[in-house]
Design a protein around this ligand. Sequence first.
Ligand code: D5M
Ligand code: FE
Ligand code: ZN
Length: 543
Amino acid sequence: MSSTESISSVFAEAKLLVQPSTVEYIKEQSNNPILFSEEIVSSISNDVSTVTKENIENLDISVTTEDSEETTTEDSEETTTEDSEETTTEDSEETTSVNPNPTGEKGEQMVSSDTPEELYESTIDEDDKHLDDIGIFTPETECVPRSGDTNVEIKKDVTGQSTGTDEFEDFVKLFNDRFDKLKNILSQRVSSIPIEALSDSGGKQVTIIGRVLESRTTQSNNRLVVLEDRTGEFAAVFTDEKEQKITEELLEGEVIAIEGEVSGNGEIMFGNDIMLPEVPPRNKPTKADRPVKAAFISDIHIGADTFASECWNDFVEWIRQEGEIEYLFIAGDVIEGIGVYPGQEDILTVVDMYKQYDLCGEAFKQLPDNLEIIVCTGNHDMVRLAEPQPALPDKFTNNFPDNVTFTGNPATVEIENGITIEFYHGMSINGFTDTIPSADVMDPTTAMKHMVKKRHLAPLYGYNTRIAPEEKDYLVLEEIPDILHSGHVHTFGTDTYNGVSLLNTGAWQYQTDFQEKMNIVPTVANVSIIDLESFEISTKSFS
Ligand code: D5M
Ligand code: FE
Ligand code: ZN
């Protein structure tokens, strides 16, 4: 199936709630199965051994250097820098990609005509690299004893459960599952009627639940929101300022309820109220019944010359002596990876990804051996880029100590007596901060708050975040987490919203030239700590 018509007919048959631009996007994405299939990406990773400066430039066309060849992409504005060339993705059917640009816009993909085997011919032996070559030194302090009464359970994770292929039907299942789950949350609070019944409800006060297709200001300065459910679509107009403000923060793809009066002719609704599936204000976190703390960090980027090794060494000495911290959560990007963004080759101190993971494992052996370390994947890790990402395959984790648990991205992790952590690298955060006026990338919890309101980690389809067509939507916050932990944007912030602790834990990497061009000012070497008995959040800085 490759034409738009046939995709539309699949959706029509399945009564999928989807708009034409999404159909277009899905068409592009489904031509690139490698983004979605866990199996295919793993098999490529098997062939990835060592990359050299010479062959890394062939990795993809979005990796550009001064003397690299011209490349193009459909919406290049967001991702090309002054001195990089344009990039193209017309021909995605023939392409292979390993780790596509992490936060690129829709349609942008890493493309190469070479086979993965040719791209990753091993030419450098990095066996002799040790921790001190990347600035990590042997700790001087002893580890203080810890209780050892920890427990970690993974409650939701795609790892090993992936069902998605590149078939359009799988996208249908994904969208339907999202709609059903969010509608279910809303249905516990309001009773709604199907959209098809609106035409016979002229003059009546009703509630509908639907997926947001559009939210915009009309010529007469009112706000118009179009919702769709499985039976049709309908527009609601908002004239009241309070509701208008709410509509300004709606994203295409989220599921909401609107209450209002249907016009006499049954053609439009005058909206009175908007309800999001959000976590209720009375929500309270589950607390530990013993004195125990958890620490949270993200984005270590081992293998980059911008890795803040001296801060890391101080952190290691500190945590070895901090006996109350029994859990350490690391929200992705533990290594720098390869071929992730234009010019990355210039900042690599370790060019072999296996070696990057090896050194990372070695570094983790310096952390206390009865500290529970939980690590999710990120866009610099060697798994598929599309979310939900699976956990790191065993071939990359051989050198990590036994106290490390690897999860997919996102994952729901339960510790102690039922404290849940929604663990999400955070690739969607840029999408929130670029589109919601009140969300600011320098204050990342302003975006994470919307995840809790919308009960979805990445509602904006195709914007910054690639979503794999799994038969269920792992990005829905079906259960209310006690803690939502992310990274990715390299900026730091903590907050609490309706009883949910929101943490974005910055990075252990100084600003790269690429980030400077993108105007990203990272917060380096901060650790968030939650006292799990009181749920008090504190921050310790090592910068
Ligand atoms: O992300 C590090 C930071 O860089 C984070 O703020 C996102 C941002 N980033 C990464 N790639 C892009 C592109 N292509 N455009 C805009 N911003 C980007 P990391 O995942 O560590 O690379
Ligand atoms: Fe990162
Ligand atoms: Zn990242």
